[in-house]
Ligand binder design. Structure first.
Ligand code: MN
Length: 501
């Protein structure tokens, strides 16, 4: 259900008429070559479209309007091979609603020491052409990503690829629908927030449903479809004996399948991209959806538990950013600590709903009681998460604005097997350590729920937060608590004042 194939980035080059047609032809030729190279880069997840060189304010304005109305265009990459007086860009950039990145590169990599003359310098003058363009971006206070480096360099292409992934997720959010079954879990604070503000600032909208609306779909699941899905479960997972056909609890697996079919049909019928549940609102459902949620997340749906629509939306966004990359993305919760002289660790899990894309092996399909919620025992996938660097991110509503907090972590093997833990889990060491990361996270007000990923990085999230115009705070190996607290205070001031800037 995630497909970036229709998305395009437009490669835009600015210049002016002063150079004459011959130079402009050369500029166009070079730009075409750069656009093609960026489009062919392994880092670029979407199509790159070359646009004719812009030399007048009207052409720039028209291009920006065209970008705004294009369904496929997810953003612009702008580059000034030559000088493009930036007053020409004011009308266009003021109207532009799509993300843009400023590529500060030069067609020619090195100075040809023995050959260089004024013609060469007048053609290869991004060194000052891009500064003129940069000034107007800053003067207009437009958020954009500035990428510096030769266009053939891997690092330059990688940075643009990261930005393109963020732009894909940003585009995906615009007009996205999130289904919220039940409301917020009673007294929980961080999962609440201003849904109207989210729609205005972030582009997605949250639709509330009674659980009965879902139950109707669950009850409509046919026995034939349930049979088929149970067979899929047996093919894809290590199913415990009790749940297999003829097993004492096989009926619970069929209930689980029925819930998956109903939930999937509900989400498909309403074109939803993400959803939330809460175990306090389950009237008419036999068990809390666990397996169903895990499998829907695997297929690209965002998810948040306990009515957490912000995390649900973020899981979806990070799944879009992650599309085609090797690591998975899951809903996650900081669950319990291992406080030890050799270093503190965090055990992340949830009551059930961890996505199998982060599993290290074939998940086990099991059934266990749930000590909370008062429903029948739910079926769920149990597994250990992959090890390696990862990131957990959270969006919270501070009252008047949104803040994103992320912590870079290292997922490690568990110290010993966990034979009695009946849920999927990940064990990690937060960077720089729990003492600093925990304090910084709590000072920032980060949620207990996160979207957790192995391929999405702080750079993706920074680009994404910039597109959304929200605060981004990363906790990593460089974080120091006192500086971080100062940043929080400065940012409060900045985001208050910038409404008037
Ligand atoms: Mn939770």
């Amino acid at each position: 259900m995630i497909d970036l194939k229709g998305y395009e980035i437009w490669f835009v080059t600015g210049s002016q008429h002063l150079y004459g047609p011959k130079t402009l032809e050369q500029v166009a030729e070079h730009s075409r070559e750069i656009a093609a190279a960026l489009g062919a880069s392994k880092h670029m997840p979407v199509k790159m479209v070359f646009k004719p060189v812009l030399t007048t304010p009207d052409a720039i304005r028209e291009l920006c309007l065209e970008a705004n109305s294009s369904r496929n265009c997810i953003g612009l990459i702008a580059w000034m091979h030559t000088f493009s007086p930036a007053k020409m860009w004011i009308a266009g950039l003021t109207l532009l609603k799509k993300p843009f990145a400023h590529l500060h590169t030069q067609y020619n990599r090195e100075i040809p020491w023995g050959e260089i003359d004024m013609d060469f310098m007048n053609l290869n003058q991004a060194a000052h052409g891009d500064r003129e363009f940069g000034f107007i971006g800053s003067r207009l206070r437009i958020e954009r990503k500035v990428v510096v480096g030769h266009w053939q360099d891997d690092s330059t292409q990688a940075e643009l690829g990261v930005w393109a992934r963020a732009a894909s997720a940003w585009t995906d959010w615009q007009g996205a629908k999130i289904a919220r079954f039940g409301d917020n879990m009673r007294d929980v604070a961080v999962t609440e927030g201003d849904k109207v503000e989210a729609q205005i600032q972030l582009g997605y909208s949250v639709y509330g449903y009674g659980v009965g609306d879902l139950v109707k779909y669950v009850n409509q699941a046919s026995d034939a479809d349930v049979d088929k899905l149970v067979k899929t479960y047996i093919d894809e997972y290590e199913v415990v004996g009790d749940l297999k056909p003829g097993g004492a609890k096989h009926a619970s697996l069929r209930d689980g399948a029925r819930i998956e079919i109903g939930l999937r049909n509900f989400l498909t019928a309403g074109s939803f991209k993400a959803f939330t549940t809460t175990f306090e609102d389950l009237h008419g459902l036999n068990q809390l959806p666990g397996l169903a949620v895990q499998r829907l997340m695997r297929d690209g749906y965002g998810f948040g538990a306990e009515g957490d629509w912000k995390t649900s939306a973020l899981v979806r966004a990070m799944k879009v950013m992650n599309h085609g990359m090797s690591g998975g993305v899951s809903f996650m919760e900081d669950y319990t600590y291992h406080m030890h002289a050799q270093g503190d660790k965090v055990l992340g899990a949830h009551m059930l709903e961890i996505c199998e894309t982060i599993s290290t092996g074939k998940p086990k399909l099991e059934i266990h009681p749930l000590g909370i919620g008062g429903k029948a025992d739910p079926v769920r996938l149990v597994f250990d998460a992959q090890t390696g660097p990862a990131i957990g991110a959270s969006i919270i509503h501070m009252g008047g604005r949104f803040r994103m907090v992320a912590n870079v972590v290292d997922v490690v093997p568990t110290d010993a097997p966990l034979p009695k833990l009946p849920v999927a889990r990940a064990l990690w060491i937060p960077r720089p350590n729990l003492k600093v990361a925990g304090a910084a996270w709590i000072y920032a007000g980060g949620a207990h729920h996160t979207s957790f990923s192995y391929s999405v990085t702080a750079e993706h999230l920074q680009d994404f937060a910039d597109m959304a115009g929200i605060e981004f705070l990363v906790i990593d190996e460089n974080t120091r608590v006192q500086e971080f607290r100062e940043k929080l205070r400065w940012n409060d001031l900045y985001y208050h004042l910038n409404k008037g800037l």
